[in-house]
Design a protein around this ligand. Structure first.
Ligand SMILES: [Zn+2]
Length: 453
């Protein structure tokens, strides 16, 4: 602070933390939160933003996005993805390594950070890939700035093949010493391959064939196995995109045993089932793991509300219209964008009374920050931390339309959904980057989590 004068005060708001909601204001100076408290207690400021009685929350942190660069810039770029994120109220993302080249060496980590930095509007971390051939590279990748690691169990992507269990154990033993968490796509490769061969041989290529391939036990077994490996090696793990109610007792049991395990689920598992396939675009609903039959969403939502599932992420994975609109399920690209619509969808549940806004701040801001070593610099409103702040209008009505999204690949399974509540202003380190659905900052403001503070 310079003579008591701060850069900015966000006045006349309702501050939301996991513990509750308080009317008040936030003072920001030098990109950090200088103070929170009553309006009367705020220092004089160069600029005052009147929150108009709206809610002030920490920026959301999405620990599971696929930004597609390098290699697939036709689907998404760092510029387009971070614009979508900023408008959606997300101030930090962690990017997955299944790019081309994959993020599998220290050099690839450094190259991705260099590619992303001039484009990014929000802060970002990158994942390093765990394979059979790069176990010696894990420590150098962490030193080069990998925020976490990604383990694909059940992958059929030749860029990021699934390592054997022996390699997985070795990698986890190494990562246990690096102070990083391993995010796991937990499905059983053998079950998926066997069933795909059988189902294709039977001539089936519909959406149900994809669900029949990804049978529940394929993920339940992998969640169980990786929790055991974590317990054995001491390596912290994070269960990606939990899609299946049958995994929940295993997650609960692992936590009871003291396994350092966190879990996420995504809006498409909470708000969609196979019953929505026609409305969601038929084969376009394809995603791995699959959106399952009705009956999973309720228990998953309850687990998220109770904290058994720690956090909400999106598995943001854009593809072009052509790639999503295929007659054969086997040719339909899996995944869809999510980073721009997640807050809107969950706030709709807040507006409906299913959860509270403090619950949302816990699952979207604090829990991801804690799990990935970012707390309290990210995910909190504590003085001294990054001023990553979102103004939320709980009365704002919306309709989700793919054509309105800022991702290049914009086929969304939430097309036409009516929402209540959305981010109306997003600040990253004290700077307004998005306002009323528009980008108002220069690309390049975002920076790597590994950059010096
Ligand atoms: Zn993913």
């Amino acid at each position: 602070m310079n003579g008591g004068l701060v850069d900015l005060v966000i006045a006349n708001g309702i501050l939301v933390t996991p513990d509750g909601m308080t009317p008040g204001a936030v003072a920001i100076d030098g990109g950090r939160i200088a103070a929170t408290g009553s309006d009367a207690a705020m220092p004089p400021a160069r600029r005052v933003i009147d929150a108009g009685g709206r809610h002030v929350i920490p920026g959301a942190i999405d620990v599971h996005v696929h930004i597609r660069e390098p290699g697939f810039s036709h689907k998404e770029t760092w510029a387009s993805a971070t614009a979508a994120a900023a408008i959606g109220g997300v101030t930090t993302v962690l990017d997955m390594p299944n790019t081309n080249p994959p993020t599998a060496t220290a050099k690839a980590v450094a190259q991705k950070i260099a590619l992303a930095s001039p484009q990014a509007l929000i802060d970002f971390g990158v994942y390093g890939y765990i394979g059979e051939d790069n176990i010696a590279d894990l420590a150098p990748m962490a030193r080069a700035g990998a925020s976490a690691f990604k383990l694909y169990l059940g992958s059929d992507n030749p860029l990021v093949p699934c390592p054997n269990d022996g390699a997985v154990l070795d990698a986890m033993a190494q990562i246990a010493k690096l102070g990083r968490r391993v995010t796991v796509h937990a499905e059983n490769t053998g079950i998926l391959r066997w069933r795909e061969a059988q189902i294709r041989a039977a001539g089936r290529d519909d959406l149900q064939a994809h669900l029949d391939q990804h049978v529940d036990i394929a993920t339940v077994e992998a969640v169980s196995r990786i929790a055991l490996f974590s317990e054995w090696t001491g390596c912290p793990i994070h269960i990606a995109h939990e899609s299946c109610r049958h995994s929940l007792p295993l997650i609960a049991d692992a936590k009871r045993r003291g396994v350092d395990l966190t879990a996420e689920t995504c809006p498409h598992y909470l708000f969609l089932s196979m019953d929505d396939a026609a409305r969601a675009g038929g084969n376009a609903l394809r995603v791995k793991p699959p959106v399952r039959e009705a009956g999973h969403a309720g228990p998953l939502f309850e687990a998220l509300a109770s904290g058994l599932i720690d956090m909400i992420s999106t598995d943001h994975a854009p593809h072009l219209q052509d790639e999503k609109r295929q007659a054969s399920i086997w040719r339909t690209a899996p995944g869809f964008p999510g980073v721009e619509t997640s807050m809107q969808l969950i706030l709709t549940q807040v507006a409906a009374g299913a959860i509270t806004l403090p619950d949302y701040v816990r699952m979207a801001c604090e829990a991801p920050a804690r799990a990935f070593g970012l707390y309290p610099r990210q995910g909190s409103l504590l003085p001294g931390t990054d001023a990553d702040i979102v103004l939320v209008d709980m009365n704002a009505a919306g309709i989700i339309r793919g054509a309105d999204l800022h991702s290049i690949g914009n086929v969304t399974p939430f097309e036409g959904m009516v929402t209540t509540g959305m981010a109306v202003m997003t600040l990253v380190r004290g700077r307004v980057v998005a306002e009323a659905g528009r980008i108002v900052a220069d690309h390049g403001w975002g920076r790597a989590l590994s950059a010096p503070a």
